[in-house]
Design a protein around this ligand. Structure first.
Ligand SMILES: CC(C)(COP(=O)(O)OP(=O)(O)OC[C@H]1O[C@@H](n2cnc3c(N)ncnc32)[C@H](O)[C@@H]1OP(=O)(O)O)[C@@H](O)C(=O)NCCC(=O)NCCS
Length: 249
């Protein structure tokens, strides 16, 4: 996006929300000589009601002062698949690779676990009931959200009962902003602590065995528990970003 004299104001990628279809100006980047006020005014006029993501804190402040609301404050993290974590598992826990066929079979039970793992008060509380969440998990299995489902994905069982899953898809592009991507990882709150870490460690080992370049993910700033888990597993924090919803005129 340039001004009338051809001076670059900002660069961006047009996309849409994988879950809602809402239009999205992603990875908005402003050259340091482009005035924040002009960039804000131009973006607000160009993208009414859109989502906009940026790592530019000046832009976040300017857009927020003009009525934009924060949708998410998140970190992109990536694991280079060197220096892999150990494969220790809590007692009674089994982990295996998850295929899209198995995901379709267990989606109903996994939807209920998802609902319990993301209760009200979680930084990203579940949106919908167990049936809606199961439908979303089936859509992930079909490759309808973000990209094709990868059998790097893992499922956990604790004393014979389904205990959680790590779901990996192939986002078109290269790491750390794309490539093999953990679209979700969660465990039953009643399952032993450490199941989530064990699921992630198994996914990292499987990806490394398949010579993948990296595994990346996005985690909300306020999800301190998950961020701590990822750091301990060796993920690197590569980008802090805000997603705003711009006002309608
Ligand atoms: C993230 C998750 C998969 C990790 O599972 P896990 O490896 O079994 O880890 P735990 O849930 O036991 O939590 C790990 C650590 O966080 C700590 N913790 C708990 N609540 C915390 C909080 N609010 N802030 C910081 N740390 C917290 C625990 O004490 C534990 O520390 P320890 O390992 O030193 O004892 C699991 O917590 C989960 O399902 N969370 C809900 C879904 C979610 O947020 N998924 C991540 C999406 S990006």
């Amino acid at each position: 996006m340039s001004d009338d004299s051809g001076r670059l104001l900002f660069a961006f990628t047009i996309t849409e929300s994988a879950r809602t279809g809402q239009p999205w100006a992603d990875q908005v980047w402003r050259p340091s000589d482009a005035p924040v006020a002009v960039v804000c005014e131009t973006a607000l006029a160009a993208f009414p009601g859109w989502r906009l993501s940026t790592a530019d804190t000046g832009l976040v402040a300017g857009l927020t002062a003009s009525g934009a609301t924060e949708r998410r404050h998140a970190h992109t993290m990536t694991h280079p698949l060197s220096d892999l974590p150990g494969l220790r598992r809590p007692d009674g826990v089994g982990i295996e690779q998850l295929t899209r066929a198995t995901l379709a079979d267990i989606a109903a039970d996994l939807g209920a676990i998802y609902l319990a793992a993301y209760p009200p008060g979680h930084p990203d509380p579940a949106d919908g009931d167990a049936a809606a969440l199961a439908a979303q998990l089936r859509a992930i299995g079909r490759g309808d959200l973000l990209g094709p489902f990868m059998d790097v994905s893992q499922v956990a069982w604790a004393h014979g009962a389904l205990a959680g899953a790590c779901l990996v898809v192939d986002r078109t592009g290269r790491p750390p902003n794309a490539g093999p991507w953990v679209i979700d990882v969660f465990r039953d709150p009643g399952a032993p602590a450490g199941v989530g870490s064990a699921l992630m460690a198994a996914a990292l080992h499987t990806a490394a065995a398949q010579a993948m370049p990296a595994i990346s993910l996005t985690v909300s700033h306020g999800n301190l528990r998950a961020r701590g888990v990822y750091e301990r597993l060796g993920f690197l924090d590569v980008l802090e970003e805000w997603t705003l919803v711009l006002p309608q005129p």
